[in-house]
Write a protein that binds this ligand. Sequence first.
Ligand SMILES: Nc1ncnc2c1ncn2[C@@H]1O[C@H](COP(=O)(O)OP(=O)(O)OP(=O)(O)O)[C@@H](O)[C@H]1O
Ligand SMILES: [Mg+2]
Length: 338
Amino acid sequence: MSKKYTILGIESSCDDTGVSIISTDGNSFKILFEKTASQIDIHKQYGGVIPEVAGRLHCEAIAPLLEEALSSVANIDAIAVTAMPGLITGLHVGVEAAKTLSYTKDIPLVGVHHIEGHIMSPLLNKGAAIDAVSFPLLALVVSGGHTQLVHVHEFGSYSVIGDTRDDAAGECFDKVGKLMGFIYPGGPKVSKAAIGHEDNIPLPRPMMHHDSLDFSFSGLKTAARYYLRDNPNADVGDVSASLEAAIVETLAYKTKKAAMQIGAKTVFVVGGVSANSALRESLATSLETQHIALIAPELAHCTDNAAMIACAATRRVMHGSFDSVSELTASPVGMLPQ
Ligand SMILES: Nc1ncnc2c1ncn2[C@@H]1O[C@H](COP(=O)(O)OP(=O)(O)OP(=O)(O)O)[C@@H](O)[C@H]1O
Ligand SMILES: [Mg+2]
């Protein structure tokens, strides 16, 4: 029987304090504990995440979550923590908590790249396993801060082959949603308002037919803003449907192009925006014609969570490749491991 590892995950890179414990043999993943303290009710008063407030709220939430998690499992083999990228005020809290635990309890430590966590999140689905994933693998990362096409050579080795040149898709959903009066985060509300409405407002599909695999969403955001300014009585459902269609069409077109370019057999769509059902449907339809499998995380693991961070640390835990308590630092930016 293969050895099982129990890994504690900590996530605090934005506005969710997440703590999770997983058990893994390095191929499949079982969640033993999972809890997230969301700060959305506080930040929504300001229309977005206030970094200073986020840091304080992570400080309040993290110790009780860790206490509860650690009292539920007898033995932990390693601690995984999001070390980059994200809001530094939040990252510091998670990293310092992880280092303190590592030092005082003598448990090895692994700093994880947040986007690697998102990329591995579909492996938390029931019945999923690394050896069941057909490579070449492409990941479309669509979240509040990122819109990237990532060629996954193997888990642990990534090349970003397409990236947004300005705003992320999630940011575009949120900011236009805010202009329509939706409380932060606007993405899910835009998606709900779009149901039953037509894509009947001409909004641009920026960079869709550009040679590169890059995206741009700031022009779309501005176009929607001007449309709302010039049409104060615009139907919010129609604007939502048109915005969603513009974002989804662009993402699906570029994803198919990238998938064909690398000869992908599988596409993972991950991050908060991967909860969007129009995006899932459009990707599934366009990839099906090329016999490419589309896999998305369960809804609970689309947005930030600590189980995906524990999952992403597994390879290093198995190889005994740990970070030292004195050297691991939080960083607002950082590249995916290559
Ligand atoms: N159904 C939906 N349709 C569109 N957007 C959605 C939906 N659900 C969530 N989102 C968007 O997902 C984003 C949040 O995703 P996530 O938590 O992964 O981002 P983040 O952690 O803030 O950013 P990053 O991972 O890049 O650091 C928000 O922009 C939110 O509006
Ligand atoms: Mg995230």
